[in-house]
Design a protein around this ligand. Structure first.
Ligand code: GLN
Length: 212
Protein backbone atom coordinates (compact mmCIF):
# COMPACT_ATOMS: atom_id res chain seq x y z
CA UNK A 1 0.00 0.00 0.00
CA UNK A 2 1.36 3.44 -0.78
CA UNK A 3 1.71 5.53 2.38
CA UNK A 4 0.22 8.94 1.64
CA UNK A 5 0.35 11.77 4.15
CA UNK A 6 -2.01 14.73 4.42
CA UNK A 7 -0.57 18.06 5.57
CA UNK A 8 -2.70 18.29 8.70
CA UNK A 9 -2.18 21.80 10.05
CA UNK A 10 -5.09 23.27 8.08
CA UNK A 11 -7.90 22.32 5.72
CA UNK A 12 -10.24 19.36 5.21
CA UNK A 13 -7.77 16.83 6.55
CA UNK A 14 -10.29 14.14 7.55
CA UNK A 15 -11.98 14.21 4.15
CA UNK A 16 -8.71 13.77 2.29
CA UNK A 17 -7.68 10.93 4.63
CA UNK A 18 -11.02 9.19 4.05
CA UNK A 19 -10.74 9.46 0.27
CA UNK A 20 -7.15 8.22 0.23
CA UNK A 21 -8.21 5.26 2.38
CA UNK A 22 -11.09 4.59 -0.03
CA UNK A 23 -8.65 4.28 -2.96
CA UNK A 24 -6.46 1.80 -1.08
CA UNK A 25 -3.74 4.01 0.36
CA UNK A 26 -2.38 3.93 3.90
CA UNK A 27 -3.37 7.52 4.72
CA UNK A 28 -1.80 9.42 7.60
CA UNK A 29 -1.96 12.97 8.95
CA UNK A 30 1.40 14.77 8.88
CA UNK A 31 2.12 17.55 11.39
CA UNK A 32 5.81 17.06 12.09
CA UNK A 33 9.01 16.20 10.32
CA UNK A 34 9.22 12.70 11.82
CA UNK A 35 5.80 11.92 10.30
CA UNK A 36 6.81 13.34 6.92
CA UNK A 37 9.79 11.01 6.89
CA UNK A 38 7.44 8.01 6.95
CA UNK A 39 5.28 8.79 3.93
CA UNK A 40 5.80 8.08 0.22
CA UNK A 41 3.75 11.05 -0.93
CA UNK A 42 1.79 14.03 0.36
CA UNK A 43 -1.55 15.74 -0.15
CA UNK A 44 -1.56 19.49 0.48
CA UNK A 45 -5.19 20.49 1.12
CA UNK A 46 -7.03 23.72 0.51
CA UNK A 47 -7.38 26.47 3.06
CA UNK A 48 -5.46 29.70 2.99
CA UNK A 49 -2.01 29.52 1.46
CA UNK A 50 -0.64 32.44 3.49
CA UNK A 51 -1.69 30.69 6.71
CA UNK A 52 -0.43 27.34 5.44
CA UNK A 53 2.90 28.94 4.69
CA UNK A 54 3.14 30.42 8.20
CA UNK A 55 2.04 27.17 9.86
CA UNK A 56 4.49 25.13 7.82
CA UNK A 57 7.23 27.50 8.94
CA UNK A 58 6.29 27.46 12.62
CA UNK A 59 5.98 23.67 12.71
CA UNK A 60 9.33 23.42 10.93
CA UNK A 61 7.78 21.54 8.04
CA UNK A 62 8.44 24.06 5.27
CA UNK A 63 12.03 23.18 4.50
CA UNK A 64 11.64 19.41 4.98
CA UNK A 65 8.63 19.46 2.63
CA UNK A 66 10.49 21.58 0.10
CA UNK A 67 13.39 19.15 0.20
CA UNK A 68 11.23 16.01 -0.17
CA UNK A 69 9.46 17.56 -3.17
CA UNK A 70 12.75 18.61 -4.76
CA UNK A 71 13.98 15.03 -4.23
CA UNK A 72 11.00 13.66 -6.18
CA UNK A 73 8.31 12.90 -3.62
CA UNK A 74 4.89 12.93 -5.32
CA UNK A 75 2.51 15.61 -4.07
CA UNK A 76 -1.11 16.48 -4.78
CA UNK A 77 -1.96 20.12 -4.06
CA UNK A 78 -5.57 21.23 -3.98
CA UNK A 79 -6.57 24.90 -4.06
CA UNK A 80 -4.26 26.53 -1.46
CA UNK A 81 -2.16 23.37 -1.86
CA UNK A 82 -1.82 24.14 -5.58
CA UNK A 83 -0.57 27.60 -4.64
CA UNK A 84 1.95 26.02 -2.26
CA UNK A 85 3.35 23.83 -5.05
CA UNK A 86 3.58 26.57 -7.69
CA UNK A 87 6.96 27.95 -8.66
CA UNK A 88 5.41 31.37 -9.06
CA UNK A 89 2.28 33.10 -7.72
CA UNK A 90 0.53 36.35 -8.39
CA UNK A 91 -1.66 38.06 -5.82
CA UNK A 92 0.31 36.70 -2.89
CA UNK A 93 1.11 38.70 0.23
CA UNK A 94 4.51 40.16 1.07
CA UNK A 95 6.93 37.47 2.08
CA UNK A 96 4.69 34.59 1.03
CA UNK A 97 6.89 31.79 -0.22
CA UNK A 98 5.89 28.57 -1.92
CA UNK A 99 7.36 25.09 -1.73
CA UNK A 100 7.75 25.11 -5.50
CA UNK A 101 8.44 22.28 -7.92
CA UNK A 102 5.38 22.76 -10.11
CA UNK A 103 6.43 24.86 -13.10
CA UNK A 104 3.36 27.08 -13.30
CA UNK A 105 2.25 30.58 -12.39
CA UNK A 106 -0.87 30.56 -10.25
CA UNK A 107 -3.13 33.54 -9.60
CA UNK A 108 -4.63 33.57 -6.11
CA UNK A 109 -8.37 34.31 -5.69
CA UNK A 110 -8.50 34.55 -9.45
CA UNK A 111 -12.20 34.10 -10.06
CA UNK A 112 -13.12 37.31 -8.29
CA UNK A 113 -15.27 38.19 -5.31
CA UNK A 114 -18.60 37.76 -7.07
CA UNK A 115 -17.80 34.15 -7.68
CA UNK A 116 -16.20 33.30 -4.34
CA UNK A 117 -17.52 29.80 -4.71
CA UNK A 118 -18.98 27.89 -7.61
CA UNK A 119 -19.32 24.39 -8.96
CA UNK A 120 -18.66 23.06 -12.43
CA UNK A 121 -18.54 19.77 -14.33
CA UNK A 122 -15.05 19.23 -15.71
CA UNK A 123 -13.64 17.02 -18.43
CA UNK A 124 -10.30 15.23 -18.05
CA UNK A 125 -9.80 14.16 -21.68
CA UNK A 126 -6.32 12.63 -21.19
CA UNK A 127 -7.14 10.51 -18.17
CA UNK A 128 -8.86 7.65 -19.92
CA UNK A 129 -12.12 5.76 -19.41
CA UNK A 130 -12.22 6.33 -15.64
CA UNK A 131 -12.90 9.96 -16.48
CA UNK A 132 -15.38 9.31 -19.29
CA UNK A 133 -18.09 11.01 -17.23
CA UNK A 134 -17.58 14.61 -16.04
CA UNK A 135 -15.99 15.35 -12.71
CA UNK A 136 -18.10 17.62 -10.50
CA UNK A 137 -15.75 20.18 -8.96
CA UNK A 138 -16.22 22.61 -6.05
CA UNK A 139 -14.26 25.89 -6.26
CA UNK A 140 -13.83 28.11 -3.17
CA UNK A 141 -11.93 31.39 -3.61
CA UNK A 142 -9.97 29.37 -6.08
CA UNK A 143 -6.76 30.14 -7.93
CA UNK A 144 -6.29 29.48 -11.63
CA UNK A 145 -3.16 28.60 -13.57
CA UNK A 146 -1.94 31.44 -15.78
CA UNK A 147 1.23 29.97 -17.21
CA UNK A 148 2.39 26.41 -17.64
CA UNK A 149 5.96 25.33 -18.27
CA UNK A 150 6.92 23.09 -21.17
CA UNK A 151 6.80 19.89 -19.07
CA UNK A 152 3.42 20.59 -17.52
CA UNK A 153 0.39 18.65 -18.73
CA UNK A 154 -2.91 20.53 -18.65
CA UNK A 155 -5.51 18.07 -17.35
CA UNK A 156 -8.61 20.23 -17.21
CA UNK A 157 -10.04 23.67 -17.84
CA UNK A 158 -13.16 25.46 -16.67
CA UNK A 159 -15.16 27.85 -18.80
CA UNK A 160 -16.03 31.00 -16.89
CA UNK A 161 -19.49 32.37 -17.57
CA UNK A 162 -20.76 35.63 -18.97
CA UNK A 163 -23.69 36.09 -16.58
CA UNK A 164 -24.07 38.60 -13.76
CA UNK A 165 -22.39 36.24 -11.30
CA UNK A 166 -19.15 36.55 -13.23
CA UNK A 167 -19.24 40.34 -13.61
CA UNK A 168 -16.27 40.72 -11.26
CA UNK A 169 -14.06 39.13 -13.89
CA UNK A 170 -14.62 42.06 -16.25
CA UNK A 171 -13.09 41.40 -19.66
CA UNK A 172 -11.80 38.06 -18.38
CA UNK A 173 -15.33 36.63 -18.21
CA UNK A 174 -16.17 33.93 -20.69
CA UNK A 175 -12.61 32.65 -21.11
CA UNK A 176 -11.64 29.16 -20.17
CA UNK A 177 -9.02 28.70 -17.46
CA UNK A 178 -6.64 25.93 -16.50
CA UNK A 179 -7.72 24.32 -13.22
CA UNK A 180 -5.88 20.96 -13.12
CA UNK A 181 -2.29 20.16 -14.06
CA UNK A 182 0.31 17.47 -13.73
CA UNK A 183 4.06 18.02 -13.82
CA UNK A 184 5.86 14.70 -13.47
CA UNK A 185 5.05 13.59 -9.90
CA UNK A 186 3.17 16.72 -8.92
CA UNK A 187 -0.58 16.96 -9.37
CA UNK A 188 -2.58 20.09 -8.62
CA UNK A 189 -6.18 21.25 -8.82
CA UNK A 190 -7.73 24.69 -8.29
CA UNK A 191 -10.78 23.06 -6.73
CA UNK A 192 -11.49 20.89 -3.68
CA UNK A 193 -11.60 17.22 -4.75
CA UNK A 194 -12.35 16.10 -1.19
CA UNK A 195 -15.74 17.81 -1.03
CA UNK A 196 -17.76 15.41 -3.16
CA UNK A 197 -17.90 11.63 -3.02
CA UNK A 198 -15.88 11.35 -6.23
CA UNK A 199 -12.60 9.60 -5.43
CA UNK A 200 -11.27 9.47 -9.00
CA UNK A 201 -8.56 12.10 -8.58
CA UNK A 202 -7.33 10.60 -5.30
CA UNK A 203 -7.33 7.26 -7.15
CA UNK A 204 -5.31 8.75 -10.00
CA UNK A 205 -2.80 10.14 -7.49
CA UNK A 206 -2.53 6.83 -5.60
CA UNK A 207 -1.86 5.09 -8.96
CA UNK A 208 0.88 7.61 -9.71
CA UNK A 209 2.49 6.80 -6.34
CA UNK A 210 2.06 3.02 -6.84
CA UNK A 211 3.69 3.24 -10.26
CA UNK A 212 7.02 4.56 -8.94
N1 GLN B 1 -7.80 31.72 -1.62
C1 GLN B 1 -7.03 30.75 -0.90
C2 GLN B 1 -5.55 31.10 -0.94
O1 GLN B 1 -5.15 31.97 -1.60
C3 GLN B 1 -7.24 29.35 -1.43
C4 GLN B 1 -8.67 28.95 -1.21
C5 GLN B 1 -8.86 27.50 -0.94
O2 GLN B 1 -7.91 26.75 -0.71
N2 GLN B 1 -10.10 27.11 -0.93
O3 GLN B 1 -4.77 30.47 -0.29
Amino acid sequence: KPVIGVFALQGNVREHLAMLTAVGADARPVRRESELAQVDAMVLPGGESTTMYKLARSFELFEPLQKRIADGMPAFGTCAGMIMLANEITGGIDGQETLGGLDVTVRRNAFGRQVDSFEADLEFPDLGPTFATPYHAVFIRAPWVERVGADVQVLSRVGTGLGAGWAGLGPEAGRSRIVAVRHDRLLATSFHPEMTGDVRLHGYFAELVRGL
